[in-house]
Write a protein that binds this ligand. Structure first.
Ligand SMILES: NC(=O)c1ccc[n+]([C@@H]2O[C@H](COP(=O)([O-])OP(=O)(O)OC[C@H]3O[C@@H](n4cnc5c(N)ncnc54)[C@H](O)[C@@H]3O)[C@@H](O)[C@H]2O)c1
Length: 337
């Protein structure tokens, strides 16, 4: 039987990955703590399409303290996406959450996966590990890592942790995702805020002068790379996963204005400390090893996100009716948020 465990299953990328795995014939156990970073209702809605799917079950528990052994007992493929994301909130008191949900959770997943002899752990790193690079595009083993935020530091530390378990025989693949967008994008992310502002006629807070650029990656492409990293016979420890569509925020505003037929009301704010000026991925390695190629164009991708936000605003999105089940033999389901 093909079986996989996905942590962060109720999140943006994790929920899409669960759907892909189920569609590919996997029995999937999703683990999620429903942390309070954003609404529980949003996360339940993310799981809407899996509601009642016989091959999906959800364990609601916290990776920083749950017993992972029962969930990993039959050595499934592990996709570890759970984390505390976001750059700005990683400064100040918020950092405690990042050390727990990123570093401690990852160490516990790696430890348990090694003990259970899981064939592979594919896990979510971030383009944030690069910081402001001296040259672009960033190449995995050539561009030095120099995170500019505490969030980036925790992801960098997770890469070191994965390397340690990797040197002891665990097969790991860390994916440096570059700004993932599309339906279900987290509510704290700029593109989601911009789509909502355009549809609601509200103002959009733009940090900096709009010239900062990101290598945007559609969630379908991010999920495809993640799935392929689980299946590939051999993997490198780290892959860039970038959509190949670098654009400035000013360009994104213009494109979304055109697609929505609305004019954005821009609330200009100063640059935020910790945000980098540019991201741009070299994806030669992922293309070579994983046979992966991003396929969703920026215009098409933005359209998919805008339509999702519109449908959600109209109340057409599926609601969070997801009924939690416990995995046979797994840690009991318990609410943590
Ligand atoms: N979205 C992006 O653009 C992006 C870019 C780079 C890296 N990443 C990484 O990809 C992964 C997924 O990101 P996302 O945007 O889907 O975020 P998300 O917040 O939507 O999903 C993360 C999920 O993890 C869960 N979680 C957090 N701590 C947990 C814990 N201790 N135990 C169990 N569950 C826990 C949360 O409840 C949430 O549902 C994260 O690791 C993130 O750092 C995302």
């Amino acid at each position: 039987m093909k079986r996989a465990v996905v942590t962060g299953a109720a999140g943006f990328i994790g929920s899409h990955l669960c759907e892909r795995l189920v569609a590919e014939g996997y029995s999937v156990t999703g683990v999620d703590a429903f942390t309070k970073y954003y609404d529980r209702a949003d996360k339940l809605a993310n799981l809407g399409a899996l509601d009642g799917a016989p091959k999906f079950e959800l364990v609601e528990d916290d990776l920083t303290r749950m017993d992972l052994a029962p969930v990993l007992a039959d050595a499934p493929l592990v996709f570890h996406l759970a984390a505390q994301p976001g750059v700005a909130p990683s400064f100040g008191e918020g950092f405690a959450r990042y050390t727990a949900d990123n570093m401690l959770a990852t160490q516990r997943v790696l430890e348990a996966a090694a003990a259970a002899k899981c064939p592979r752990v594919v896990w979510a790193s971030s383009s944030s590990v690069y910081g402001d690079a001296a040259a672009y595009p960033c190449i995995e083993d050539e561009t030095p890592t120099a995170p500019r935020s505490p969030y980036g530091v925790t992801k960098r530390a997770c890469e070191d942790l994965a390397a340690i378990y990797g040197s002891d025989g665990l097969s790991t693949a860390g994916l440096r995702y570059f700004t993932v967008y599309g339906p279900r994008q987290r509510p704290d992310m700029a593109m989601r805020k911009l789509c909502e502002a355009l549809i609601d006629g509200a103002s959009f807070p733009l940090f900096g002068d709009g010239s900062a650029s990101r290598d945007f990656t559609h969630v379908a492409d991010a999920v495809d790379a993640t799935f392929r990293a689980g299946l590939a016979e051999r993997v490198a420890p780290i892959y860039n996963v970038g959509g190949g569509h670098e654009a400035t925020m000013a360009e994104i505003v213009a494109l979304l204005e055109e697609l929505s037929g609305e004019t954005a009301v821009i609330d200009r704010r100063p640059d935020r400390f910790g945000d980098v000026k540019r991201t741009c991925a070299d994806t030669t390695l992922a293309q070579r090893d994983l046979g992966w190629q991003p396929s969703v164009g920026l215009r098409e991708g933005l359209h998919s996100q805008l339509e999702w936000v519109r449908a959600r605003r109209r109340g057409l999105s599926r609601t969070g009716r997801f009924a939690r089940r416990s995995t046979a033999g797994a840690a009991p389901v318990r609410a943590t948020a």
